[in-house]
Design a protein around this ligand. Structure first.
Ligand code: FPP
Length: 226
């Protein structure tokens, strides 16, 4: 029987290199990358199987980038969410986030909250943006909440306090040829299939995603059994 793909996660890497190879500023790569986010989200919303798409948009480590680039990414995110509302509604996409939103500006937090509220009844796909997200940070926050009452913590207890109440990841894709997990969803990928492509994120297309999914469907998933 072919594997079902309910939850797809992507590490969108290579925006900077894409821009550099064209003699452009790095931020132009992020701008093009945001367009690809739209194409891939629309593709997933129109697939019968995919219910959740979790995209790594800003990690807990990305604050180390030059201030100009960080500021640009924050503005791009705000602009993207405002422009995207029409697409979310048209394609039936519910918007959600994981990560600690605390350090973001009030303006961006408001835009995020409004977008979540406006799309909360959409049901074709949930698009989750990982924002100021790091798996170690998520696990630490969850453990601290879970052990407040001093009891032994079960798997269920811990999962209740993780950022994502959604199902485990079936397939994780990283673009740009890097073969690292970069602190992404370390709990939720326990049995995920991994796929690495050399394509830089701004060049990634629904056609390539479709090929990767076809390949995923043929793989044997045993979850530790035989
Ligand atoms: C990695 O490329 C990408 C990021 C750190 C940010 C991801 C952001 C986007 C795809 C665009 C904005 C997204 C939304 C949802 C509006 P990199 O800069 O590390 O590339 P490099 O490794 O080639 O330098």
């Amino acid at each position: 029987m072919k594997n079902k793909l309910k939850h797809l996660a992507i590490i969108m890497d290579g925006n900077g290199r894409w821009a550099k190879s064209r003699g452009l500023q790095r931020v132009k790569g992020h701008e093009k990358g945001a367009e690809v986010v739209r194409d891939i989200t629309t593709f997933c919303a129109n697939s019968d199987e995919i219910k959740t798409l979790t995209l790594y948009a800003f990690s807990t480590e990305n604050w180390k980038r030059p201030k100009l680039e960080v500021d640009f990414l924050m503005k791009l995110l705000d602009r993207y969410l405002k422009n995207e509302l029409e697409v979310y509604q048209k394609e039936g996409v519910k918007f959600d986030t994981i990560g600690n939103l605390e350090p973001f500006s009030k303006k961006l937090k408001d835009t995020i909250a409004k977008t979540k509220d406006a799309t909360k009844n959409n049901s074709k796909l949930t698009q989750i943006l990982a924002l100021n997200y790091g798996a170690q940070d998520e696990l630490l926050r969850a453990v601290n909440k879970a052990c407040k009452n001093g009891n032994i913590i079960t798997k269920k207890d811990l999962e209740r306090y993780l950022d994502t109440p959604y199902s485990d990841i079936d397939l994780l894709i990283r673009t740009s040829g890097e073969k690292r997990l970069s602190n992404y969803l370390l709990w939720q990928i326990a049995y995920a299939e991994l796929e690495f492509t050399d394509t830089l994120w701004p060049d990634f297309t629904p056609v390539e995603l479709n090929k990767i999914i076809e390949n995923f469907k043929k793989r044997e998933r045993k979850f530790g059994g035989i």
